[in-house]
Structure formats: structure tokens, C-alpha cells
Design a protein around this ligand. Structure first.
Ligand code: 4AD
Ligand code: MG
Length: 479
């Protein structure tokens, strides 16, 4: 007999028939006449209730049917008389495929803290919360590909090992096969990377953008979607050392077109998740509401998770310049009451407390901030006519802060070279990048969406470690 997934069984299409289901036991309860076994196979947040009558199954026969065990159940799918589910299976045969010793299986019926579950990340997929989170993550990833595919963008696989620092921030993980204890040295005593595997110093990529730009100069519209790595020592709820990023790059786009695309894109993938994973999002919303109850009134969310997501897809993002953002901050009561920890003045980088003030207190919706001072942004951003700002855009989301960073690129060779000199990047290192400005260069632009921050936004999870299966953060690379 062919196994049917719980999600499909719960539609009732097979009602009245004998079915085979396989999955993991969530709970077993009952009395001396009957046992109720809740089985989950990950296809949906909902369990399928298996009814095992004592007449057919002795206590002995069910002794290994414990929380966490893998089982196969044969029986008739029938309309349920009990509350909480429309269908259940009247078992005729139950086979234990894999036991889970109740003495040592760490997941029990009671709710576990997210911190505890992080320590057993190899098992946390089996909880309702993480089941929901990773099904939503999957839906969002699929929606990313669907969105760009519908728009005729070409998916580019940019390299993971590279010799360049795309962001110029120096936050890279070195990739080497040299012996760390006894590396070959140059005459001056430095490590001689000419003898390393690639014949030069290499690192894990911080962004696929530079290579993405090369491809956009042929395909017009491309996107990347891959892992990126940053060795920044930021132990926050928004930073990972390994995270996934989506980076579209479009020839003949200016900054406004890019902001429009980013807004459309974000709304599209949220809408997709709302349509396809509503039950998961509803569950996560309830979870959040429960969590909220424990907080003081002023820290509670004004909207439920579903309301927030629906609000975002149905309303325009606010658009302001960096200069306007600074003015708003300087004129805020928050500033006047000295409630910001970090200084506010034209030229400083916006800190997350500033970003969150703008989106959560002032505008109460996502905000696109454009035209930042050139000194706080990457070398490839296009210099504006004022000579002080660049055609950059960040999208800030409530509860998250920066979710997208993007810009129009500097397509003018002389200005780009000058900028690179200014920040100490050698022309020879990026000769291939500069070639796009030499041969058929054109105005172009792109952005990067931090995938985990997006998943956080849609699931409402407060800590980025809880939206990637196995987080890599400072001092942690378990699993
Ligand atoms: O703003 P960033 O650094 O932009 C770039 O990397 C550009 N090359 C993108 C482009 O124009 N093609 O990073 C983009 C986004 C951020 O807005 C943030 O959402 C996410 O990537 N991000 C991180 N997410 C998790 N952990 C980190 N350490 C992150 N650093 C950036
Ligand atoms: Mg950024």
C-alpha cells in the first residue's frame, strides 16, 4: 500500500478507505479502552489522530509507541467523533519503525524554551514552532524563485570561494589549505599565499553582487540566491556569520526602479506565504500573542502577526531620504529626551535603534531610506550630483530594522576608480569588475535581501538563530 501524507489525509479525500500513514508520535493518551496517538509527518502543522482500541492493541503492543517514535499505521480513515480534528484513523496495524526511549528523548509534551531547543537543533524540527518556521522558510524560498522567474530574471550561481571583498568591509573568513603552524613565508616574512591552493589569498564570499553585475551586463536581469559569510563579531538577534541572501541585479535600472522592484518583491513573497502557509503563520501568530501576554503593556505588539503581514502587503512603503530621516530623528521627542544611545547627526550611520524608531514609532510601516552619505556606504554605489551622497537604498522593516540594502551602481569608470583608491582597493584586484565599465557599461542597480531577516519578519521569530536550521554565530558551529 502506498503511504499518504498527513496533509493529504486531512483533506478527507480518502475517507472510508484503508490508508497507510507514517510519521512520528507527538503524544499518546487514552484510557483502558482506547489509546489516541497524535502522529505528525511534517507535511502540515496538524497531527493525525490514530485511534487504537484496546481490543485490538494490548498495552504491550503499544509500549514502544511513545513520543518521538517513528511509526507506520494502517487503518480506515473516518470522520472523527472527537473535537479538534475532522478525520482520524481507526488503526488495524501499528508498526514501530524506530523507538525513542522516553527516558532519554529530550522533547516532551510540555513547551520547551527556544534557548533549550537551540541546544538540540537536530531535534527541534519536530516541534510545532520549528515545523511552522521551516515550512514558511521553504515557501518563501520557492516564492523568491517564482517571482524572478515570472519576471524573466536569470538565476546565477555566483562563487562561494573568492579573492575579493565585495563589500570592502574586511569581514571575511579565510579559505586556505596552508599549514597554519608552518606556512610558507615570503622574503619579508608574510604568509606566502602564492603557494596556497588558489595561488592567492581567498575567502568565503560576503556577497555575490560583483559577479552578479557581470552577468547583468549580458542577461539584463539576474538574481543570485545563496549563502554568504561574514566574520563580523556581532552577537545580536539579527546577525549570522552564515546567512542566505537574494541579490537581483538589473541593467538599465535606476534607484527608484530598484526600490519599486524590491517593494513588489517583498510583498509578493509575503503574499505567497500567506496563501500557502496560512495555518503555520496562524500558529506562529498565536505563539507570539502568548509570548506578548508576558510583556508589559507598552512593549506589546499593536497588531497580530497576520494583521501586520496583511498591512504590509496592502500598503505602500514609506520613502524618505537619509537627510529627511536624520531630521525626523533630531526632531523627535525620543531624541530630545536623550533616549537614543548613539549620536544622531548628518553623516553618522543609522544604528538599529534609529532604524527601529523610524519604522516602529514614526511611520509604523516599512520605510525605504535613500541617498546616504557616501562615506558610510560601499565603494560601488553611484555618486549623486551633490558629491556628498550616493544612490543607496536600505529598506527598514518593523521589528527587524534593515532587511534590504541596495543601490544604483557607479557605472562611470573614472569615478569608480577614484572611489576605490579612496578606500584602498587596488584596481588590479578588480580588473574584471572594472572591465564592465570599459566594455558596454550602462546604468544599473540592484539590492540584497537578507533571507533570514525576511523569514524572521514573516514568522515573527525574535532571534535569527531560530529561522535557519543550524545557525553559525560567534563561538558556535555545532551540528
Ligand atoms: O546591506 P548589505 O551588506 O548589502 C550587500 O551585501 C549588497 N552587496 C547587496 C546588493 O546590493 N546586491 O546586505 C544585504 C542584506 C542586509 O540588508 C541584511 O538584510 C542582510 O543582507 N545581512 C545579514 N543578515 C544576517 N546576518 C548578517 N550578518 C547580515 N549582514 C547583512
Ligand atoms: Mg547594508
Amino acid at each position: 500500500m502506498q503511504r499518504i501524507k498527513v496533509k493529504d489525509l486531512l483533506t478527507g479525500a480518502e475517507a472510508g478507505k484503508e490508508v497507510l500513514l507514517k510519521g512520528w508520535v507527538r503524544t499518546k493518551r487514552g484510557n483502558k479502552f482506547v489509546s489516541f496517538i497524535a502522529v505528525n509527518d511534517g507535511s502540515t502543522i496538524n497531527n493525525l489522530q490514530v485511534v487504537a482500541e484496546a481490543e485490538k492493541f494490548s498495552e504491550e503492543a503499544l509500549k514502544d509507541v511513545t513520543t518521538g517514535a517513528a511509526i507506520a499505521v494502517t487503518g480506515e480513515l473516518v470522520a472523527s467523533q472527537g473535537k479538534g480534528q475532522a478525520y482520524e484513523v481507526q488503526a488495524t496495524r501499528i508498526e514501530v519503525l524506530g523507538k525513542a526511549d522516553p527516558e532519554t528523548y529530550p522533547l516532551q509534551k510540555k513547551a520547551h524554551s527556544l534557548e533549550f531547543l537551540r541546544e538540540i537543533a537536530h531535534l527541534r524540527f519536530r516541534t510545532n514552532t520549528f515545523g511552522a518556521v521551516f515550512r514558511v522558510r521553504n515557501a518563501l524560498a520557492f516564492a523568491v524563485h517564482r517571482f524572478f522567474n515570472e519576471k524573466g530574471f536569470v538565476y546565477m550561481h555566483t562563487p562561494i570561494v573568492t579573492a575579493s571583498d565585495a563589500e570592502g568591509a574586511g569581514e571575511m573568513f579565510r579559505v586556505t589549505t596552508l599549514d597554519p603552524i608552518n606556512p610558507p613565508l615570503t622574503e619579508s616574512g608574510a604568509v606566502n599565499y602564492a603557494e596556497d591552493f588558489f595561488g592567492k589569498a581567498t575567502n568565503l564570499t560576503v556577497s555575490g553582487q560583483l559577479e552578479g553585475e557581470l552577468a547583468a551586463m549580458a542577461f539584463s536581469d539576474i538574481y543570485t540566491f545563496g549563502p554568504t559569510f561574514r566574520a563580523e563579531n556581532s552577537n545580536t538577534t539579527r546577525h549570522l556569520a552564515e546567512f542566505w541572501m537574494i541579490e537581483p541585479e538589473m541593467a538599465f535600472y535606476d534607484l527608484k526602479m530598484t526600490a519599486d522592484l524590491a517593494e513588489e518583491f517583498i510583498k509578493y513573497i509575503i503574499r505567497y506565504a500567506l496563501e500557502h502557509n496560512r495555518e503555520d503563520i496562524e500558529f506562529l501568530g498565536q505563539r507570539l500573542a502568548e509570548e506578548d501576554k508576558a510583556k508589559p503593556q507598552h512593549e506589546r505588539q499593536e497588531m497580530t502577526l497576520l494583521e501586520k503581514l496583511e498591512f504590509v502587503v496592502n500598503n505602500s512603503f514609506e520613502r524618505i531620504t537619509y537627510t529627511e530621516a536624520i531630521d525626523i530623528l533630531l526632531n523627535s521627542n525620543h531624541y530630545k529626551k536623550k533616549k537614543f544611545q548613539y549620536d544622531v547627526s548628518w553623516g553618522v550611520d543609522l544604528q538599529s535603534e534609529h532604524e527601529r524608531y523610524l519604522v516602529e514609532k514614526h511611520f509604523k510601516k516599512p520605510v525605504v531610506v535613500t541617498d546616504y552619505p557616501k562615506d558610510i556606504k560601499a565603494f560601488y554605489m553611484r555618486l549623486n550630483d551633490d558629491g556628498k551622497t550616493v544612490a543607496a537604498m536600505d529598506i527598514l522593516a518593523p521589528g527587524i530594522g534593515e532587511i534590504v540594502g541596495g543601490s544604483q551602481r557607479e557605472e562611470r569608470l573614472d569615478l569608480l576608480v577614484e572611489r576605490m583608491k579612496g578606500v584602498g582597493i587596488h584596481e588590479e584586484e578588480l580588473w574584471w569588475y572594472l572591465d564592465t565599465r570599459r566594455f558596454g557599461g550602462c546604468p544599473h542597480a540592484g539590492f540584497g535581501l537578507g533571507f533570514e531577516r525576511m523569514v524572521q519578519f514573516v514568522t515573527g521569530m525574535g532571534n535569527i538563530r531560530d529561522v535557519i536550521p543550524f545557525p553559525r554565530t560567534p563561538q558556535n558551529a555545532e551540528f
